[in-house]
Ligand binder design. Structure first.
Ligand code: NAD
Ligand code: AHE
Ligand code: ZN
Length: 371
């Protein structure tokens, strides 16, 4: 039997989300029905809503930074039980595919093809509105009171952790910290440049501080982001608009030849180039986290790489969610990963469009939507 669920549906690109009552079909084999308690709004949700995402499908239920409670199990599900607290994972962890078994990546591919088509692994949807199908998004669709998620895409977390805070570990905070630890593997005493000081960039700063970087240069065109960046450990704050030369030149001069590590946390391909080119000759490594729109390409002179700079990318911070998220939750509970600082707004589902507006205006870091 289907159940009713209030959900924010994206009926088309650039349109405000509409709060409607959808029908959610029961979980099939290997799937789980989750009651979402809270969800963050990440820039990637806004990116897909903008129409720039080559994988963007409509109508869809967006949202991928949620926390919830297991309500019902499909056939054969064994790794979670009804009542368990979970964080849905847009990067699942099947522990059986070539990617999982490689030990080299977190990019489990077990269900990636159907996930990218907005469908469950069997090729169908669990969401319906007025008899018509609604697409899933990133396998999570957390902008719904109830969602269906494959078992392999659920991290079970301790029940004591407040879901309205640890939901942020479903994307932003984990992505930034993980990119520092797993992707760049930042070493103590190094110099780090962080481009973009939203949820991702601030989490990179926290990660860099935890890695004992000695200098953390925070870069943003919105100076309103600098106070929090400093509070979290940035040693320098730089606004590219204050200079009449390219920002990479500014950073190279500030750092006697360039930084050891840089992170692009915006999704701007010109900034990705700047982030690479502000790295130190011979060893500097730049990690792309930002997501760029359809048709966008990065470029630089190959000489930048020939002379020792390295370009990398990171998805979900290289984190294997089922195995590693419980540890992130424990760290947050112990105060080693601050979550409160990210939460600038708490809003009911009915006000979810305000969360997108605040993000676009640069007034929020994370809005948490309470279902
Ligand atoms: P956000 O909108 O909260 O923050 C972006 C920041 O970049 C803002 O502070 C903005 O002022 C700044 N900015 C914009 N243009 C700039 C410029 N030219 N120079 C310097 N700063 C500039 O976004 P977010 O939620 O922090 O996400 C950041 C990016 O990371 C997005 O592209 C998002 O899609 C991507 N993302 C990627 C992953 C991943 O796994 N790779 C995970 C989460 C988010
Ligand atoms: N669908 C887009 C790319 C979107 C993208 O890069 N997503 C990131 C996560 S962003 C979370 O806020 C990711 O993990 N990508 C790996 C993957 O397998 O999707 C496009 O360009 O087609
Ligand atoms: Zn995200």
């Amino acid at each position: 039997m289907s159940i009713k669920s209030r959900a924010a549906v994206a009926f088309g690109p650039k349109q405000a989300l509409q709060i409607v009552e959808v029908d959610v079909a029961p979980p099939k084999a290997g799937e789980v029905l989750v009651r979402i308690v809270a969800t963050g709004v990440c820039h990637t949700d806004a990116f897909t809503l903008s129409g720039d995402d080559p994988e963007g499908l409509f109508p869809a239920i967006l949202g991928h930074e949620g926390g919830g409670v297991v309500e019902a199990l499909g056939e054969g599900v064994t790794s979670v039980a009804v009542g368990d607290h979970v964080i849905p994972l847009y990067t699942p962890e099947c522990r059986q595919c070539k990617f999982c078994l490689s030990g080299k990546t977190n990019l489990c591919q077990a269900i990636r093809a159907t996930q990218g088509k907005g469908l469950m692994p069997d090729g169908s949807t669990r969401f319906w509105y007025q008899g018509k199908p609604i697409y899933h998004y990133m396998g999570t669709s957390t902008f719904s009171e109830y969602t269906v998620v494959p078992e392999i895409a659920l991290a079970k977390i301790p029940k004591e952790a407040p879901l309205e805070k640890v939901c942020l570990l479903g994307c932003g905070v984990t992505t930034g910290i993980g990119a520092v630890r797993n992707t760049a593997k930042v070493q103590a005493d190094s110099t780090v440049a962080v481009f973009g000081l939203g949820g991702i960039g601030l989490a990179v700063i926290i990660g860099a501080k935890l890695a004992q970087a000695k200098r953390i240069i925070a870069i943003d065109i919105n100076p309103g982001k600098f106070a929090l960046a400093k509070q979290l450990g940035a040693t320098d704050c730089v606004n590219p608009n204050d200079f009449d030369k390219p920002i990479q030149e500014v950073i190279v001069e500030l750092t006697d030849g360039g930084v050891d590590y840089s992170f692009e946390c915006v999704g701007n391909v010109k900034l990705m180039r700047a982030a690479l080119e502000c790295c130190h000759k011979g060893w500097g490594e730049s990690t792309i986290i930002g997501v760029a729109g359809a048709g966008q390409e990065i470029s630089t002179r190959p000489f930048q790489l020939v002379t020792g700079r390295v370009w990398r990318g990171s998805a979900f911070g290289g984190v294997r969610g089922r195995s590693e998220l419980p540890e992130y939750v424990r760290k947050a509970q112990a105060g080693e990963i601050p979550l409160d600082v990210f939460i600038t707004h708490n809003l009911p589902l009915s006000d979810i469009n305000d969360a997108f507006e605040l993000l676009h205006q640069g007034k929020s870091i994370r809005s948490v939507i309470h279902m």
